[in-house]
Structure formats: C-alpha cells, structure tokens
Design a protein around this ligand. Structure first.
Ligand code: ZN
Ligand code: ZN
Length: 197
C-alpha cells in the first residue's frame, strides 16, 4: 500500500524535472538560431569594417589609385589574412608624415643656408657682427651718421642716404696704401692689416 503510493509520487516528482530539462533543451535550440545569425552578422560587419579601414588607411598612404584598389580587394577577398598581408606590405609613412618631414627638411636647409660664415676663416658669424670673432676680418662698418651696420661695398647708407666717402672701403679694397697705415695702426685696425699681409 505504502509502496504504490510512494511510486506515483516519485514519478510525479521526476516528471516535472524531465519536463524542465526538455524545456531547457528547446530553449537552447531556440537560442542557437539567433546566435548563428548574430555571428554571421558580426562577421559580415567586421569584414566590411576592415575593408573600409583598409581603404581609408591606404588612401592616407598613397595616391596611386591601382594600389588603393589592390589593397582594398586583397582585404575584401582574404579578410583577416588579407589584412595581415596588407599590414606587412603597406607604405610605412602616411602622406601627411612625408609632407611634415619634407617641411622639416626644408626649414633645416633654409636655416643652414641662412647661416653666414667668415670669408677668411669660415667661422660662423652673425649678421650684426662688425668683425669676425676668430680672425678679426672686417665684415661690416657702422654708418657715420645713423650708426647702423652697412656692407663694406656700399657707397650709400640705405637707411639715412648718407654718401659714404673715403674711410673703410678703400682701406679694404686697395691693397697697401701707405698713407692709410697710420689709422690702421689703431687697436681695431691691427689684426686686419696683420691678416692682409
Ligand atoms: Zn674669420
Ligand atoms: Zn646711415
């Protein structure tokens, strides 16, 4: 009596459990479809993204249309493998980087040509030097009126229109004028005459 009453209760007890596992299986089976769908969608979007990324990247690195198309097709066909190959083969620098480097080089070159050197000893000199600091070579002279620095070959001051007569240029250009020697015997003129001879 007892056993028969227990058995149905056991069966009854086991039944709901079996039903829930079945339910779980069916819900899992129901989930597989959307999961596969999601994976496929992800894969498609991912593939499209890397193709777009590659197209943008190659366009920033080269202007050659054929290379742009080839790189994009490579990634579109071989997907991640194509992207891997593209990363190995792509030009190292972007066009912006190349342009930046060119600008840098040009400014450096301009800076270098801007630098003046002494015609006598090739030491570096600045634009406002009157004499070379290393060898004493006369580079410029001050205007007697406005005192701005002038090139030695100028005969007129471009700043105050003074006509520069006599003085420094003949001393420099004409070799050995005996009458000019006394002024060059002054401390400033000493090294200049010493250099010339
Ligand atoms: Zn010098
Ligand atoms: Zn002047």
């Amino acid at each position: 009596m007892n056993a028969t009453t227990i058995m149905p209760t056991l069966v009854l007890a086991a039944d709901p459990a079996g039903g829930s596992s079945n339910n779980l299986l069916t819900t899992l089976q129901g989930l597989v479809g959307p999961l596969i769908g999601c994976s496929i969608a992800f894969f498609v979007i991912f593939s499209l993204s890397i193709v777009i990324w590659t197209f943008r990247d190659i366009r920033s690195r080269t202007q050659d249309f054929l290379t742009q198309i080839l790189a994009t097709v490579l990634v579109a066909v071989f997907n991640v493998g194509g992207l891997f190959i593209y990363m190995i083969l792509r030009p190292r620098q972007t066009l912006a980087e190349i342009y930046e480097r060119q600008l840098e080089e040009e400014s450096l070159l301009a800076e270098m040509t801007e630098r003046q050197t002494c015609t006598n000893c090739h030491a570096r000199i600045e634009g406002d030097f009157q004499v070379c600091p290393s060898c004493g070579q006369k580079l410029k002279r001050p205007c007697p009126k406005c005192e701005r620095l002038l090139e030695l070959r100028w005969t007129f001051c471009p700043y105050c229109a003074t006509h520069l007569t006599g003085g420094a240029p003949p001393m420099q250009n004409m070799p050995g004028v005996p009458s000019m020697q006394p002024p060059s015997g002054m401390p400033m003129g000493g090294p200049v005459t010493g250099n010339r001879y």
